[in-house]
Design a protein around this ligand. Structure first.
Ligand code: AMP
Length: 443
């Protein structure tokens, strides 16, 4: 299909040329006609599929005709980065239309937002919390809204935005077109779709399967050896740009600092950063100033980084869907990419769940020459997983000698579990002999 077959307004068509788009992506092919026809749409698509333009182009086309200086389209997104990205797309694609759009999110001064709203805009790209503030303060008028887009709905649910979303929905005109986009379709999103979409057209692209261009591998390792192993991997692997995921903000920050100390151009992206620093980290990663970006799932969601050569899961994800989402950041647009995941003995069950979802076994890799036998230092407990809740003792054992108690503490509170005793289960990390025997490298 060609863009010209959609019969966009010439000023919108000019934006498509200016953006350098030659042919529509599959989601654009499928979504643009029903959106232009005014239908509600449920779109199942990940970032990177071209979904932003799939809703932006028909919105620009529709808004080109009709009233100006009133808010006619509202796009709600979970993160500030995604809101900025969408707004950039609106600005580039809609340059000739002279339609005005703004971003509305928290963590920045509210006054410029109020001033722009007063001057008049047609498109608002917002995060839920600040948008609700504006609604409650009466600083935004949504009474003339024609189109609502909820982007990355599953992420908004994960981030706890649904109560805000419900409140916002209660303040919008009933008569409107609604588009709902989500990378996954948990029950909560189905419920929301049933509630807010009227006779929707459902579109699914790329499924939730990962790009075929990605090579997956897992690296069994003890928790305390993750950073040394990561450094070893980075040292011996040809990487262009690396996106590393950690489980918490604290771990992202600390790992970013450790990588910097090790001489890498690295930045971390986590919720505690000021808006300016987040933007600087993102811009730096995009333009190559930073070769490595360390981020949590929430901080990284929606980031469009088409050049990522490696995704490294420093911590495994909590769900197979999140795994697919993370590694969707690499291997885009027929480029190949690698997805490495570090796993400890506690991650066996999740690895099996991910393998089931992918329908294939992930290759286990051992890094030759890396010493997997180094014991955990005591101070590493800060970076280790939170200690498990003490279990009530069933049988009173014989008193242990003090030396044994200390040595178990030294291993970071890690107790061998059944998986470690079961030879068919995922190893916590190879023994020295296994390392020596391993013939394949990790390049
Ligand atoms: P998105 O999934 O909306 O985040 O888009 C991912 C990337 O694809 C963005 O950099 C877009 O500019 C780009 N893109 C969107 N549509 C097209 C298209 N039809 N041709 C080429 N690139 C596109």
């Amino acid at each position: 299909m060609q863009f010209k077959e959609f019969n966009f307004h010439p000023r919108v068509a000019a934006g498509i040329s200016a953006a350098g788009y030659v042919a529509p992506t599959p989601i654009q092919d499928q979504a643009i006609p029903p959106v232009m026809a005014g239908r509600d749409v449920m779109g199942l698509a990940q970032t990177g599929t071209g979904k932003t333009a799939a809703f932006t182009l028909p919105i620009l086309h529709r808004l080109e005709q009709g009233e100006r200086s009133v808010v006619r389209a509202l796009i709600i997104a979970p993160t500030r980065e995604l809101a900025e990205q969408i707004n950039n797309a609106v600005t580039v694609l809609g340059k000739q239309t002279r339609l005005r759009s703004i971003t509305v999110y928290g963590g920045v001064n509210v006054n410029p937002q109020i001033a722009k709203l007063k001057r008049g805009v047609e498109i608002v790209v917002a995060c839920p919390g600040r948008l609700l503030d504006h609604i409650n303060q009466g600083t935004i008028d949504l009474s003339r809204l024609e189109i609502l887009v909820l982007d990355e709905a599953d992420q908004m649910f994960d981030m706890g935005f649904f109560p805000d979303i419900k409140r916002i929905l209660g303040k919008l005109p009933q008569q409107r077109q609604t588009l709902l986009f989500s990378a996954t379709m948990p029950e909560e999103i189905r419920g929301l779709a049933r509630e807010i979409l009227s006779d929707p057209v459902t579109i699914q692209v790329g499924n939730t399967a990962p790009p075929v261009t990605v090579t997956h591998a897992i690296y069994p390792v003890e928790q305390h050896l993750k950073t040394p192993l990561l450094l070893e991997l980075l040292n011996h692997t040809d990487t262009e740009s690396v996106l590393i995921f950690t489980r918490t903000k604290h771990r992202a920050k600390r790992l970013g600092e450790q990588l910097e100390k090790a001489g890498y151009q690295a930045a971390s992206l986590q919720g505690n950063l000021s808006q300016n620093r987040r933007q600087a980290a993102l811009d730096g990663f995009r333009d190559g100033t930073f070769q490595i970006l360390v981020a949590t799932d929430i901080a990284a969601r929606g980031i469009d980084v088409s050049q990522v050569s490696h995704v490294i899961n420093y911590d495994i994800t909590d769900t197979p869907e999140a795994y697919v989402h993370r590694i969707g950041r690499t291997g885009r647009a027929a480029k190949s990419g690698d997805a490495f995941t570090m796993v400890t003995s506690e991650d066996g069950a999740m690895v099996r769940t991910i393998e089931k979802k992918l329908g294939t076994q992930l290759e286990r890799r051992i890094v030759e020459g890396f010493d997997y036998t180094v014991p955990a230092p005591k101070k590493d407990q800060e970076f280790a997983r939170p200690p498990r809740q003490p279990q009530p003792r069933k049988i009173k054992p014989e008193a242990k000698p003090a030396s044994q108690v200390n040595s178990s503490n030294k291993s970071g509170g890690h107790k061998p579990d059944s998986r470690e005793r079961n030879p068919s289960a995922l190893p916590a990390g190879p023994s020295k002999r296994q390392v020596r025997r391993a013939s394949s490298g990790h390049r």
